[in-house]
Design a protein around this ligand. Sequence first.
Ligand SMILES: Cc1ncc(COP(=O)(O)O)c(C=O)c1O
Length: 438
Amino acid sequence: MQFTANTLQHHWMPFTANRAFKKDPRLIVKSEGVYLQDHKGGSILDGSSGLFCTAAGHGRKEIADAVYNQLNVNDYTPPFSMGHPGSFELASKIVAMTPEEINHVFFCNSGSEAIDTALKISMAYHRANGEGQRTRFVSRERAYHGVNIGGVSISGMVKNREAFSGVMPNVVCMRHTWLEENRFTRGQPEHGAELAQDLQRFVDTYGGSTISACIVEPLAGSTGILVPPKGYLERLREICTLNGILLIFDEVICGFGRLGKPFASQAFGVTPDIMTMAKALTNGAQPMGAVAVSDFIHDTIMNAAPEGTVELFHGYTYSGHPAACAAGIATLDIYQRENLFERAAELSDYFLDAVFALQDLELITDIRGYGLIAGFDLKPETVPGASGTALQNKLFWSGLHIKFTGDTGIIAPPLISKRAHIDELCKILRATLEDLNA
Ligand SMILES: Cc1ncc(COP(=O)(O)O)c(C=O)c1O
């Protein structure tokens, strides 16, 4: 296959420095297990599970076969007022993993759609409950909740918002939980639970009865892994419960074993009212998102509508697509059969030891981590993000893929990784950082 400048021009790539990329493309032509292969034939260790998707590793035949078989039997079913068995089976498998109170699943096609769906379910719930005045959403600085207008409105990352003026009103952001005194903390930091009081301050300022939901990533992912301080999520839960505010956990990165439990909710022992999920739900093999909802929210919305009528005016042409459901079912079967969540929990110490051993490197100013995910900050250059981009490119050609956000690297190896892969990852990272600093 030829890759010429002309053939690269037509695809406007997402979240990419398009002009730089097209001068020096990095194309993946094959992927298997924990490795990718680039278009020049190089082997690259996947240190971020793609984008936190491929927990079971790449090239899983069981998933490919399930999708192929499904498409051969029934390729598409309209999801409105019609169904196919796969979506019901997948929903049952998901609720077997969610906290006890959360038993209803709405399907969509991405994390961003899951977020917008969760916001709409929150609005619909309060209206059905006779509290349509709850129109305000509380989010957090440095949050990433996808790229649709709802998600961008509640996002706390400046670059994702500044070009887009037409966002939703009535959103307020709590402070983020990065604190200087927590630098190089492994696991949950001791300091910062008091930051949850920001939610209380919004209750005191605007009135708790005006707030629809508080939405957080239980462990903030894309911003660079901010592990929740001890007591922080618990306090958010208390304030929400006391004030009738829904608590939404965005589990798009944390879900499906990344933190050693099915969801962050179980890892941190705090149960939200709504959970969003995507990515590892299908091991990245098909686009899919989902929103899992507590019984009381579902039942309130159901009971508010007259029998025989549509209860929630929301849905996508591809909600619960048969191929995505087949991929999801096959994926969750692999997680269970191979005990991958337990395996992640077992590998966590080894992984965190290896990553935190990089803290002697002069270019690294902070490391954070929990389960099988860790973030490290680089000493910034004059232009923010320049160090991260330079390192990401250099790592790629040194045989390692790591996701970067600005000057922060995010390491999240597939849950099937062996200790030797962690060693290889940290060895390449160290050598490349030393080389950059030489
Ligand atoms: C926490 C979180 N929410 C939502 C999203 C958006 O997901 P998607 O890119 O599938 O729309 C992401 C993507 O990284 C995410 O990390």
